[in-house]
Design a protein around this ligand. Structure first.
Ligand SMILES: [Zn+2]
Length: 480
């Protein structure tokens, strides 16, 4: 925060007008530098120091928790973090007691502008009925529920409304960044790119030409390498931070098989090349093994879901350093409400659920880089942390699951130099959960303190607000 009184007076800058040009410019330079440093000192002095204390601390990368955790925050940054650090004089000390401090969690796969949490058909009808502006307003609640659950950063992988070309995710991200609404830091993908009739085709499953036209690149639908490049450029032009594409079929789409490839190797090559030229990472929705192999070969940054990936494909993934975002919560939720889905989707969900547990166990054993991701919107927003228990139940050590949701996911996002760990100089995204998450991973579901960039969003119970849009009651996820 720079104090408003901080500016360089033109009088000072032009005081040396009669001097030789070189001396004038060096004098001007000196004043600018002096002004800059005095502003920086003033800004620092103005920022109150907050000291967060708890019985334990997870730093986002270590293999064990530190005891007597302390995080010292000034402005939007961490000044220091570790064990038994003394509090500076005049600091505000917040002692969270028998809790564990952690970097803010990150979810690599959300859809904050969508909500499928209730009955599938009812939700699908609402998507067509509701004005997009109204859906955007509803999305602000999803954003708040997510950050209050401890997720201070999310990668939002696809936001589209059938028959509309609105960039609601971009608007949501910008409104959060400007402080208009409360939510997590968002890296958004806009529409997501896919083939005609594929998992991302918004008109699939509706009557032919119901919307009067076939979707094109301006809705993320593209066929052929050149069209794919155009779609990537169009999305970046309109605010995409990351490029998402569907390279295989999906569960919640009515006109495709779950594991068939949907982009050709040449299309994937164009997708990756164009995205990387524009310095954007590529995340691909992929259940099928063949599509995964081709996508990994093409150089994508992360495979989302990956349900049917065979051990040979995981080996390839390991050698290429590709991340896996398992989204175990998605299949878990759909299976717990299977009767609420049309028969065509039930079969696909069952096949994906049957395959994904072995795939995930193998990935953990092989040491594949696992980025934490849930597919929030398939289940109600704010329940993202239930993914932790599913990961641990399938063989991941609790400390590794915590690292996945912090340091590892920050690396995939390309923001590890700014956040993801509790270290000096990083943004102050700090959360606290009761007890010890390495003894009981479900404490991640009971985050009670959330700070984002030095601002306290929550200290105690969450804000009272209804989160679910659907009138359908939400059943608890079965324990296993
Ligand atoms: Zn998704």
């Amino acid at each position: 925060m720079i104090a408003q009184t901080c500016f360089v007076s033109p009088k000072f800058l032009y005081a040396g007008m009669n001097m030789p040009a070189s001396s004038r410019s060096s004098l001007r330079f000196t004043f600018v530098i002096l002004a800059f440093f005095s502003c920086a000192i003033e800004a620092r002095a103005a920022d109150k120091v907050i000291v967060l204390k708890a019985a334990r601390l997870f730093d986002g990368k270590s293999k064990t928790l530190a005891q007597n955790g302390v995080v010292i925050v000034q402005g939007n940054k961490i000044v220091d973090a570790g064990s038994n650090l003394p509090a500076p004089p005049d600091a505000q000390v917040i002692d969270l007691g028998d809790a564990t401090l952690s970097p803010g969690f990150m979810d690599g796969h959300t859809h904050l502008t969508l909500d499928f949490s209730g009955n599938y058909n009812e939700r699908r009808l609402k998507e067509v009925d509701l004005n997009v502006s109204e859906q955007a307003i509803i999305a602000t609640r999803h954003a708040r529920a997510t950050v209050e659950a401890g997720f201070t950063t999310v990668r939002d992988l696809g936001s589209r409304f059938v028959g509309s070309k609105e960039f609601v995710d971009v608007a949501l991200r910008n409104s959060i960044n400007k402080g208009v609404i409360v939510g997590p830091r968002m890296l958004v993908a806009t529409f997501g790119i896919g083939a005609t009739g594929g998992h991302f085709d918004p008109t699939s499953g509706f009557r032919d030409m119901l919307f009067g036209r076939e979707p094109d690149y301006s809705e993320g639908i593209a066929d052929g390498p050149d069209a794919i490049r155009k779609a990537v450029r169009f999305e970046v032009k309109n605010g995409a931070d990351v490029i998402k594409a569907a390279v295989s079929g999906g569960v919640l789409s009515l006109a495709d098989e779950v594991d068939t490839p949907q982009l050709t190797p040449a299309e994937m090559e164009a997708l990756v090349d164009e995205s990387h030229r524009l310095r954007k990472k590529v995340a691909v929705h992929c259940h099928g093994d063949q599509a995964a192999k081709e996508a990994i070969e093409a150089g994508v940054d992360s495979i989302e879901h990956g349900s049917f990936m065979k051990p040979e494909t995981l080996t390839l993934m390991k050698s290429k350093g590709t991340y896996l975002t398992p989204t175990l919560m998605a299949t878990e939720w759909i299976m717990s409400k299977i009767d609420n889905y049309p028969p065509a989707l039930q079969g696909k969900a069952k096949a994906a659920a049957a395959a994904r547990s072995d795939m995930f166990r193998n990935a953990v054993k092989m040491g594949i880089k696992v980025s934490f991701g849930t597919d929030a919107a398939v289940f109600p927003h704010g329940q993202n942390a239930k993914e932790f228990k599913l990961m641990v139940d399938l063989g991941m050590a609790p400390i590794d699951a915590l690292t996945s949701a912090t340091g590892t996911t920050a690396e995939l996002f390309g923001i590890a130099q700014k956040t993801g760990t509790l270290q000096k100089g990083k943004l102050a995204d700090v959360i606290a959960m009761p007890g010890d998450p390495t003894a009981d991973i479900t404490v991640t579901e009971r985050v009670s303190f959330v700070m984002k960039e030095g601002k306290i969003i929550r200290n105690g119970p969450p804000s009272a607000q209804p989160v679910a849009v659907s009138a359908d009651p939400e059943p608890e996820i079965p324990a296993d």
